[in-house]
Design a protein around this ligand. Sequence first.
Ligand SMILES: [Zn+2]
Length: 397
Amino acid sequence: MFNKLRSFDDMGEPGEDDRWKPFDDLKAYMKKTFPTVDKDLKPLMLTGHLDVVPATTSLDRWTYPPFEGVIEEEWIYGRGTSDCKNNVIGILTALEYMLRNGWNPTRTIIAAFGMDEEVGGERGATTINDFLGKHYGPQGIAMIVDEGGMGIETLYGTQFALPGMAEKGYGNFVIQVDMAGGHSSVPSKHTSIGILSKIIAEIEDEDLFEPDMRQTSPMWGYMQCVATHGKDKVPRWITDAVRTKRPDLAKVGNKFASVSSANRYLIQTSKAATVITGGNKVNALPESAVVTINSRIDLYSDVAEVSQAYLAIMRKVANAHNLSIQGESNKDGDGYSIGNISLTVNQPGPPSPITPTDSSAFVVFAKAVQAAFGGDVITAPSSMTGNTDTRHYVSIE
Ligand SMILES: [Zn+2]
């Protein structure tokens, strides 16, 4: 059963698509394995997700098959062990253990597990959100702790717990070039594929998005924590920036981003051409070519701003090749156009609000970390380059 909890992009509705069935088995297993977890406790919400991304390529590079859950000594090998059965089983094990040992929580604890996080959470987390929203109302939950990303890391001689205090926004920006078809023996100078290629190349080459470090950035909070609590060899650019009265945050952001891609995309909108289609016959000019640019949107940006950045590139290419944009002629006056370039945004999601660190929730979290992992583990703000089901829960937190 545990080797079938996968979410695919083309999943049908629960009840209709048999690939959801293993999740029913998992629910039954959890009820049986964690019998004392009481569904009527009060609202602190601990979440994770039950599904796993499929692993379809490079299967020979796995030490053990990704969905077998092989246990060797103290290690469990499997795709879901880090995302996200560790959280799910950890939450239930902790609740079960504490309840069995006579612990009497002062507030309700909700364990909320969606089954389609890896494909957007549209059926799982949204349903949980509707249900909880009806029971507890807007902002009816004291604190939501979702899977996060960074866990505990030793940095500069100190152990830091790094909860994601915010999640970037999301959008699949679909750019489509439509042009007249025809036979490849008498081609136009550019086909839709050629035009689309120019757009993709420009999007990759241009610095469309910049690092954005602000006083309110979780990663600025992170740098302050590291400078304060790091024991050895904290880089000078961090300690200097933190100790300066008026730090040049643009400079700090650029330096932070230059350390690694992992750093960069904590504070900058990403852009990646991930799916492309166009043409289906070797001797026919393709009527359309389509690319999806996947973007994880910076905390201080939004879907509209990212759309504008792509539209500017599209407009430039359209101008150079007599194409219209979004069905409207790009030319003044004559209206002459040999085709059209359009942009649509799929699955748009705004960046999350930023969790405040000067809150009692943050103090409770930091103390819980110390109780579980040791008094010298420091909780420092961090951020998330991706999103989780959390984005569906913003209205109830
Ligand atoms: Zn996950």
